[in-house]
Design a protein around this ligand. Structure first.
Ligand SMILES: [Zn+2]
Length: 266
């Protein structure tokens, strides 16, 4: 500042033209100061208003999805709670989770012995979620949990027999390709069995409740609408996959499938 001011002071004595220009300087400085002050007041008001609105909209802070955030999750080991199993990433025929338990939750009447089981982490989350739903008048019923390789093989065969292999492929997994073999996936329904295993389940009060709350208990809706080409399956609002609350919340808020979230597809 000083080296600029000095020649200006000197120039006041040189001629009128320069003197007039210099006389204007305090006015210009005053205007700039005013603009800065008014601008500052407006910005501070604006930010206060902004944060005042944002706080109630985001009651649970969630870690932003950043590069590298996905690298802390193990998606490759079958035992990992965040393993990704799909048609391209099947499980071995002999894979059986070693911590299968029967959760304390209502079960579909004719559920098979296998399907009553889920992994311990899934069971705990399922029980907590069922309790929370019950507090809001919704009874969650377990339609299907763990499925062994053999059970899945039998299921696919019977579906293929009924509707053809191509059609069966869109709604049923082949043996080894089903998340149900991980013990981390569940098919749920309300106690009224309305729209069980049907897309209209989305509109039921149970379906709506799950869509809104499941992520808080560590579950994601695994096969999303409009993402059939990525997941390989039709929209299944009843099929929930346990991945833990942190990842479930991040994936749900991203609106992405697990494959997209972990950049397994273009
Ligand atoms: Zn399912």
């Amino acid at each position: 500042m000083k080296p600029i001011q000095k020649p200006r002071v000197k120039s006041m004595h040189l001629n009128d033209k320069k003197r007039r220009r210099i006389k204007k300087t305090p006015v210009i400085v005053l205007v700039i100061v005013l603009i800065l002050v008014i601008g500052g007041v407006l910005i501070s008001n604006g930010s206060e208003k902004g944060s005042g609105v944002e706080i109630p909209l985001t009651p649970t802070p969630v870690e932003p999805v950043t590069e590298g955030a996905t690298s802390s999750y193990d998606i490759d080991t079958p035992e990992s709670l965040t393993a990704i199993i799909n048609k391209q990433r099947p499980l071995a025929a002999e894979y059986v989770p070693n911590d299968l338990v029967v959760p304390t939750i209502a079960m579909r009447g004719n559920i098979s012995d296998d399907e009553q089981y889920v992994r311990q982490a899934t069971a705990t989350a399922l029980e907590t979620m069922a309790q929370a739903a019950a507090n809001e008048g919704i009874e969650l019923v377990l339609g299907s949990g763990y499925r062994s390789y053999d059970l899945q093989e039998n299921l696919f065969s019977s579906y293929a027999e009924a509707s053809g292999i191509e059609q069966a492929n869109t709604y049923s997994a082949r043996a080894g390709q089903s998340e149900h073999q991980t013990g981390l996936a569940v098919d749920l329904v309300g106690s009224d069995y309305e729209c069980y295993l049907e897309i209209c389940f989305e509109e039921t009060s149970t379906g709506q409740w799950l869509k809104e709350h499941a992520h808080k208990y560590g579950f994601i809706i695994r096969f999303l609408q409009g993402k059939e080409s990525i997941t390989g399956y039709q929209y299944e609002p009843w099929h929930l996959r346990y991945v833990g609350t942190e990842l479930a919340t991040a994936i749900t808020q991203s609106g992405l499938t697990m494959e997209e979230y972990f950049k397994l597809v273009e």
